[in-house]
Design a protein around this ligand. Sequence first.
Ligand code: NDP
Length: 275
Amino acid sequence: MSDKYAVIGNPVAHSKSPLIHAEFARQTGHDIAYTTIFAPLDGFRAEVLKFRDAGGKGLNVTVPFKHEAWNLVGAHAGYALDAGAVNTIKFIDGQMVGYNTDGIGLVRDIQDNLKYPIQGRRVLLMGAGGATYGVMHPLLSEHPDTLIVANRTPDKAVSLVAHFQKFEKFAINGISARPYSQLSDTKFDLIINATSAGLSDEMPPLPNDIFAADVLAYDMVYGKTTPFLRFAQERGARSADGTGMLVEQAAESFFIWRGVRPQTAPVIARLRGEG
Ligand code: NDP
């Protein structure tokens, strides 16, 4: 019988994870069945336990359950220790171990696929939700020059930066939270949109003139040209959507569960309609 995996979320029907993991399984010759689980907003725990008790081997966790998953699992590993958010669960003898592969996915896409080294860059990270928590430590581990976090609700950015204060020295000139209205005196090399604004065709209120000459504008939302990506393209900036991150974080989950690394490039190409 195939080993059972799934992505759990609300909503979840749109998820590309079943397609990505089916492709990884085909590539590596692993026999897995990967499905979607829709959990009611008050029913995450019950659905996870039901899946585990039915012999499930692992889960991906998506919106809005990543914080709840962090609280549910019995142990945290890797970047999940600090993230306060879990996107991957591995069941080991009935125990649940939580991981966070979002940041690894983002960093691999930016550095390995897009060939844009993060070290020494002035980084602006927009948003202070689950995705931002997941990518802070991995981004800081690449030793940017600075990491500034901006969020529509400024207090959440302040809390987030306080949460990661112990990693402040990883950035050459430190980390800080700043309202969007106070960004215009700085130029950024790497601007990452970790907000969900693009899903509703909106963009954070960025000042006009914060793009450095060699800037990369990255939107975690995938499969569409968001207003932020259009804003960047209109200014001649290099830009990328979150398709590569999506596939890279999935590949890291697959590695955690199965112990082998699938190839990501053909899957990214396929999702972009190029493969
Ligand atoms: P959350 O719901 O936890 O957080 C959403 C964030 O977006 C908040 O900071 C919120 O600000 C901000 N926001 C929402 N609308 C606007 C707006 N109109 N203008 C400015 N800010 C806005 O979501 P997640 O952090 O989990 O995910 C964020 C995005 O990243 C999602 O779109 C998700 O699809 C994508 N993502 C992509 C991944 C990939 O692999 N490519 C992986 C993980 C996430 P406020 O605090 O003020 O409400």
